[in-house]
Design a binder for this molecule. Structure first.
Ligand code: PAF
Length: 288
């Protein structure tokens, strides 16, 4: 496994692999790797000749009041996990090399971003697509791997790839969960004990909503109201949002008559957790 910090060196390597006809699987991350990331690495390893993992905590996608400085980091652990998962290259750039001076040009997401996390985190997805466009241009991946936990991110990346004609396959990998159903996240370490006990109710609330649809509930507003009541009673956190939208378009709907995403975000004292379930009009899970 090679660790590359230099952008030119990475570009030269990628181009030489492409010339040799090798497929490149790319797993973009912000590090502090957990089983969710490992599922992405395993999928990429199975499907590609070369696997590149990037670790970069991208300042552009954090708002001023957000957790950029307290975002967990552990280089040594990440190196070990990457090695165990037979990664060929870790790309580990510095902030200065990615953004040597303020950018003169940034991408702006005009659809799929003003709902769910995008609403509570203005500018977040602009930062995500801007760094991904840079990374795609450095790596030229054949396929890129994302976890379903960040379903809105997948919808936005789907638009980036299609709208900007990147010849990249977008592969989505199901959310990896703790035994009690809590979605694995780098932010889970920031939960206090009582919060950790309440956090699995986020997924339970979403599954409860899906079951209501299975049992015939079709009204979006009714459904969201019932899930809110469920979650308020159990989660020990403050609900940021519970939303039900079409997926992947992320448009508001009144009647559940197509594939939808039911998603929630909950604030805890030192963490904000998200989760979702994607299902069809019959309440059958379709993704993740
Ligand atoms: O999901 C993440 O970890 C980040 O948003 C990503 C895709 C690595 C871009 O910085």
């Amino acid at each position: 496994m090679e660790i590359i910090t230099n952008i030119k060196q990475l570009q030269q390597k990628s181009i030489s692999w492409i010339r040799q006809g090798k497929s490149i699987g790319f797993v973009p991350t912000m590090g502090y790797l957990h089983e969710g990331h490992e599922a992405l690495m395993k999928a990429a390893r199975q499907e590609n000749d070369i696997v590149i993992l990037s670790i970069f905590v991208n300042p552009l996608q954090f708002g001023e009041s957000e957790d950029l400085n307290s975002y967990p980091r552990d280089e040594e652990h990440d190196r070990k996990v990457a090695e165990e998962n037979e990664i060929d290259v870790i790309f580990f750039p510095s902030v200065d090399s990615m953004y040597p001076k303020p950018l003169s040009l940034e991408l702006s997401v005009v659809r799929r971003a003003d709902v769910l996390c995008g609403k509570s985190r203005p500018g977040h997805f602009d930062g995500v697509v801007t760094v991904l466009a840079k990374l795609f241009n450095m790596i030229h991946p054949t396929s890129v791997y994302f976890g379903m936990k960040d379903a809105q991110q997948i919808a936005v990346v789907d638009a980036l790839i299609k709208d900007f004609n990147y010849p990249i396959n977008l592969t989505t990998v199901p959310t990896v969960r703790e035994k009690d159903g809590l979605a694995k996240s780098s932010r889970n370490v920031n939960l206090f004990d009582q919060e950790r006990i309440g956090a699995p109710f986020i997924q339970q609330a979403l599954q409860y909503g899906r079951q209501l649809v299975e049992n015939g509930e079709k009204n979006q507003a009714e459904l969201v109201k019932k899930i809110r009541q469920f979650l308020e009673n159990k989660s020990h956190g403050n609900i940021d949002y519970i939303e039900l939208l079409s997926y992947p378009e992320l448009e508001p709907i009144e009647l559940i008559d197509q594939q939808v995403i039911l998603a929630a975000a909950v604030f805890y004292q030192k963490a904000r957790l998200i989760d979702n379930v994607v299902f069809n009009e019959k309440g059958e899970k379709t993704l993740g």
